[in-house]
Design a protein around this ligand. Structure first.
Ligand code: ZN
Ligand code: ZN
Length: 422
């Protein structure tokens, strides 16, 4: 029999690896007490300061008033429409989604230092509750900021893949879940976070149940949101092959996988998705050369608009069920390929090998023996890097550096640079 037989309402809650999760299985009744699923009273802070995108520019914007009713007139939890915010968290991922029934979803929250950015942004929207909180996979640039978010808001359901990590970043996430008495729903393909009877649906289309890999990116929850005739696809850092195998069909809005690395995108995938909007979440000057020129070329040939948080800042894309419209902080900016030192996911001929090797180093789990725990290593002062380095690493030419111990760097969820092998 099928372990995870699904009914529409049937979300199977699975206690994840007992060692870490047993404490998280506590009284879930708590969080239902305060059910003010109030929507942002005013989304104007975002909309007003930026213009509405239309077809006139590849940067995606012209100056007209927001057409798609922002899901946020005050006191209107039943506001029509979907609005997805791709929050600029530097190198990392964070998407906040206002749903048609007034509920809210947050997918990832960037690195630990980005947690406050996300919290402030959501508070600026008037958000007090996150009904569905998703941790796509246990890498620091996705789950790092979640503890700050979990402690700052009323949280409904928490979803994550069946994967655990040994980093402090991951443990902080688990601790935050536990501290709120929440459970984790272990997601895999075929499960609905929100069933279609809600008037829209939020489905997990990958990874398949039972996926087993050394690369945490392979566990990324890939989530498809359908509202009316429009659809959004959120991909975490999933490999292109996994996304393609799930056959999502055409989507109007694509959160490009893995920050625009070569592993997350193939021509075949993008051609099949033919997204109206492609959004890349990345930080300018990142260590990986994200997004790659190759990926940008694919995106621009199959997507009407290519936006990125590094270039455009925070991006909001709204759907009224028929049309999607975008607004952003810097509508005239163009997404440029990352400049890299030739390492990481940018440089590989196969893309897959190079980027997967970097990612498989996995936020510190598989690396650096204890004997070297007191070595001095270098990290970027901005906190935007995902790696630690030797002094003089060529990928750091433009960065301000801070010396830290290797163990501290790892405690922050950073991993050794694949170029300088610290
Ligand atoms: Zn990532
Ligand atoms: Zn990742």
């Amino acid at each position: 029999m099928k372990k995870f037989a699904q009914s529409k309402a049937g979300k199977v809650v699975i206690a994840l690896v007992a060692l870490l999760f047993v404490g998280a299985i506590a009284q879930p009744g708590q969080q239902t007490a305060n059910v003010s699923s109030s929507m942002p009273q005013e989304t104007a802070s975002q909309a007003a300061s930026s213009s509405q995108a239309d077809e006139s520019s590849s940067g995606g914007a012209s100056a007209e008033a927001p057409a798609a009713a922002p899901a946020g007139s005050a006191d209107a939890p039943a506001a029509a429409g979907v609005k997805a915010h791709f929050i600029d968290v530097g190198q990392g991922d964070s998407e906040f989604i206002e749903l048609p029934d007034g509920k809210t979803m947050l997918i990832d929250a960037g690195v630990p230092d980005a947690g406050q950015t996300v919290v402030s942004y959501l508070k600026g929207l008037g958000c007090t509750r996150i009904d569905y909180l998703v941790a796509t996979h246990p890498h620091a640039d996705h789950i790092g900021g979640l503890p700050a978010v979990i402690s700052a808001f009323d949280i409904g359901e928490v979803w994550a893949p069946k994967a655990t990590n040994t980093t402090q970043t991951f443990e902080a996430f688990i601790d935050a879940v536990r501290a709120k008495g929440l459970q984790i729903h272990a997601g895999s393909a075929g499960m609905d976070i929100v069933g279609a009877d809600a008037g829209y649906s939020v489905s997990i289309i990958a990874p398949p149940d039972g996926v087993n890999s050394d690369d945490y990116n392979d566990y990324s929850l890939v989530i498809k949101l359908v509202y009316g005739n429009t659809s959004f696809l959120f991909t975490g850092d999933a490999p292109a092959e996994t996304i393609a195998a799930a056959q999502p069909g055409h989507v109007d809005v694509l959160k490009v996988a893995h920050h625009g690395s070569n592993t997350g995108t193939t021509g075949a995938l993008i051609s099949a998705l033919s997204p109206t909007y492609s959004v890349i979440s990345y930080g300018i000057g990142n260590d990986y050369g994200h997004p790659t020129e190759k990926v940008l070329t694919m995106l621009t040939s199959h997507s009407q608009h290519v936006l990125g948080t590094g270039a455009n800042g925070t991006i909001a894309i709204a759907s009224d069920g028929t049309t999607v419209t975008a607004s952003c902080d810097r509508p005239d900016a163009q997404v440029e390929p990352g400049s890299k030192g030739g390492n990481g996911s940018g440089g590989g001929s196969s893309g897959t090998a190079a980027a997967a090797a970097g990612a498989a180093a996995g936020a510190g789990t598989v690396v650096a023996g204890d004997e070297s725990a007191n070595d001095t290593v270098y990290i970027t002062a901005s906190g935007k890097g995902e790696c630690y380095h030797r002094k003089g690493c060529s990928t750091l030419k433009r960065s301000k550096l801070v010396a830290v111990s290797r163990s501290d760097a790892e405690a922050q969820g950073l991993r050794p640079c694949t170029r300088c092998n610290p």
